[in-house]
Write a protein that binds this ligand. Structure first.
Ligand code: EPU
Length: 422
């Protein structure tokens, strides 16, 4: 296993190019199963999660080629079973379910395992597929979905206890693209990744309207064809580098970003005093505030503050003067970074799903244990601003979602090195 050594105290200066979105790429790659024709997906980030998805497509029978960000898929045949060995490695593999049922009228997919950020049930995905007329059975760790007479369009409310579901909306949208008649999804997730998936589906010949809002209308078509698509910039990678700039930035420019997808984060950072400016349509410039201030926010489904940026903000506020209050409403248990930040000298107290952060003058480097992707990113950020060296163990978590994070940080002046653990 590898770890990242982060030597604190450098100032960040230069340009970072943001990669294509992981959370767009995964369902879009799964959607290529909906057609027997060739699809070309560009700007797919080279990450372990996208590699798993490519492997899953291959195991299901698709021919897949991958070179410098371009993935070419031709799924002339698709097997109806996705085995546990593959699915267990990545929760997002559940998004092959919708395309498999849409194309084949049946699918057997192992239930994805638990996850440290919360229970992560898939009841809403299954409720949506049932509303389209599929029979769903969960047995022996597998989900079996069957629609021997095909799927039928329906009105579906996908809102759950914690709001909308991103991959659930994608799954139902993909299945409904090939259903008979009209499907209306109410309470849909409005995340940019859902809109990106809809754009790809429409390029394949689907008829999806309203993606990016709470109501999506899909007119089923008989078949879909091949298409080319470029995935949107990764708003969470961009957000993580914005926070790096707020913590330690002298003059940091982020290229290939879509600022419109990051409104809530930019507002909160500006309120805390950090100057952020647009530079043309696809670049953002950030500097650390001279007098940063604490702040208060709660995570929410898009366009609210993204849960995937919550841990990184806790790292920022750990050394921001004043009291900051961060509430998690999407995944209430997603605070594994807090004990690790406290080991580095932070003063964070939990009250249910709210972190109360009293800014300290400085953190001190320590060996810390990353437990999930965004928590790991938060520890790297904390290390940039800490005194001494922070050793972030279990780096494989970060490699799931950040393409070449060590190279990108080094190029803008951070002192980080990858090393073997133990
Ligand atoms: N939920 C249910 N039932 C369901 C599905 C979800 O109760 O059937 C609940 C979840 O437990 C959670 C809330 O609904 O409380 C939202 O979960 P959602 O389904 O939207 O999450 P997801 O689609 O599985 C995606 C991202 C996550 C991101 C969430 C929320 C991908 C591959 N993953 O997951 O990204 O946190 O949306 O925005 O798109 C990450 O990139 O680090 C990451 C975890």
């Amino acid at each position: 296993m590898e770890k990242l050594l982060v030597h604190g105290g450098s100032r960040l200066k230069g340009t970072v190019t943001i990669s294509g979105s992981k959370n767009s790429s995964l369902p879009i790659l799964a959607a290529t199963l909906l057609t027997r024709e060739q699809c070309v997906i560009r700007r797919v980030p080279d990450l372990s999660d996208t590699n798993y998805m490519v492997q899953i497509l291959g195991t299901l029978g698709a021919e897949v080629e991958r070179a410098s960000g371009r993935v070419i898929v031709a799924a002339e045949k698709v097997a109806p079973e996705a085995p546990y060995d593959l699915v267990r490695k990545m929760r997002a593999s559940v998004c092959v379910l919708g395309p498999m049922v849409g194309r084949l009228g049946e699918a057997l997919v192992s239930l994805p395992g638990g996850c440290v950020i919360g229970d992560r049930p898939i009841d809403l995905h299954l409720r949506g597929l049932e509303a389209l007329g599929a029979e769903v059975e969960v047995k022996g760790g597998d989900i079996s979905v069957r629609a021997p007479d095909g799927l039928r369009g329906a009105e579906i409310n996908m809102r759950g206890k914690f709001g909308s579901t991103v991959l659930g909306t994608g799954n139902v949208m993909m299945a409904a693209a090939l259903a008979d008649g009209q499907t209306v999804i109410e309470g849909a997730a409005a995340e940019p990744e859902v809109a990106d998936l809809a754009q790809f589906l429409n390029a394949m010949g689907a008829r999806v309207e309203g993606a990016g809002t709470r109501t999506i209308v899909i007119e089923g078509v008989d078949s879909l064809g091949g298409a080319e698509h470029e995935v949107i910039p990764d708003r969470i990678e961009a957000g993580t580098f914005l926070v790096a700039g707020a913590l330690a930035g002298d003059d940091l420019l982020l290229e290939n970003v879509c600022a419109d997808h990051m409104g809530a984060l930019i507002d909160v950072l500006r309120e805390s005093g950090h100057p952020i400016e647009g530079r043309g349509p696809q670049a953002l410039h950030v500097r650390a505030a001279t007098s940063p201030r604490g702040n208060e926010f709660a995570t929410e489904p898009y366009p609210g503050f993204a849960t995937d940026m919550q841990a990184q903000m806790c790292a920022l506020y750990a050394t921001t003067p004043g009291i900051s209050v961060v509430t998690e409403t999407v995944f209430p248990q997603r605070f594994m970074h807090v004990p690790e930040l406290n080991r580095m000298g932070a003063n964070i107290r939990m009250e249910d799903a709210t972190a109360i952060i009293k800014g300290v003058d400085s953190l001190s480097g320590a060996p810390v244990m990353a437990s999930d992707l965004r928590a790991s990113a938060a520890l790297v950020l904390a290390g940039l601003a800490a005194e001494g060296t922070t050793e972030v163990n279990r780096l494989y978590h970060i490699d799931r979602g950040y393409e070449n994070i060590d190279d990108k940080l080094r190029r803008v002046g951070a002192k980080v090195e990858r090393a073997k653990e133990g």
